[in-house]
Design a protein around this ligand. Sequence first.
Ligand code: ZN
Ligand code: ZN
Length: 146
Amino acid sequence: MPVHVVCPGCGAVNRLPEERLAAEFQAARCPSCRSPLFPGKPIEVDGAGLARQIERSDLPLLVDFWAPWCGPCRMMAPSFAEAAARLEPVVRALKLDTEADQAAGARHGIRSIPTLALFVGGREVARQAGAMSTPQILQWVEGRLR
Ligand code: ZN
Ligand code: ZN
């Protein structure tokens, strides 16, 4: 079964065989723009980029809704980055700056930041407000994907 992965660089939808995903994800590059498909860190998206991932990605998406002025958001950033690297290639970690794209925050009903939201199969399955450590993030995600 091919797994559809949306390129972090250009948004192209790539089809990866499941075996290749597990074994060679770190080497996988987008044929269109040569970006690594799994960069080992969170991918920054705006509302349109998030919508494309939600619509086309087969990978569960973990989204950090944050803003530059938010102290707890900045405090959580390194933990989220570490969790992003550890979750590859099973989960795609994204960051959405709700200050830069306020409409996207409103569309997703974000009331406080940071808020983590998990999307599976094109819909949101869980969300959690407040800063978390790396182990807490990993535990939260794993508990909801089971
Ligand atoms: Zn698919
Ligand atoms: Zn690309």
